[in-house]
Design a protein around this ligand. Structure first.
Ligand SMILES: [Zn+2]
Length: 173
């Protein structure tokens, strides 16, 4: 019981520290303050959540990428019984866009639904995982620009916009 309590407390503290880190980095904005094309991008990402394949997790994530040609490509996460085989929504969107001949990007939006104790964490902001950050960073080369990453909670009240170079300083290059 003590061990469980320690693990639970650790999760709360880590979550709090993470929130503080996000808030310190600033860059928070509201949905109405986003440029129109970023609003559309975020809405596409949110819509994609429902297409996720998530039989093993309560975490559902959608992503949408804005290509330089103006097209928006969205995708959801695809989980797998073997966890390491799961594919994040961000990478799924990039792979899908690349397969359709697009590899110059302007921005990517990510939004998700996370459940804890059966409750949907509506204020949780999904940030791309490490491999996804490196994957997005890779496409700054053909894009010849830094890529904006738009991260939002489900209510779209707390939206964070950061460059991939900020999210992944000293990227593997
Ligand atoms: Zn990821």
């Amino acid at each position: 019981m003590d061990g469980l309590f320690i693990i639970f407390s650790r999760q709360i503290i880590l979550g709090f520290v993470r929130d503080l880190q996000i808030r310190r980095q600033g860059g928070f904005t509201s949905f109405s303050a986003l440029p129109d094309r970023y609003k559309e991008l975020l809405l596409s990402a949110k819509e994609a959540i429902e297409n996720g394949y998530n039989p093993y997790t309560k975490t559902k994530v959608g992503a949408a990428i804005l290509a330089a040609n103006g097209k928006v490509v969205s995708a959801a996460n695809v989980t797998n019984k073997a966890k390491w085989n799961s594919i994040c929504a961000e990478r799924a969107a990039i792979v899908k866009a690349n397969s359709e001949g697009m590899r110059r990007f302007i921005a990517i939006a990510v939004i998700g639904r996370k459940k804890h104790d059966g409750q949907t964490q509506k204020r949780y902001i999904f940030t791309p995982c490490g491999p996804c950050r490196q994957f997005i960073y890779e496409f700054t080369k053909p894009s010849r620009r830094d890529i904006d990453v738009i991260m939002s909670d489900m209510r779209m009240n707390n939206i964070l916009v950061m460059k991939i170079s900020e999210l992944l300083p000293m990227a593997y290059d």
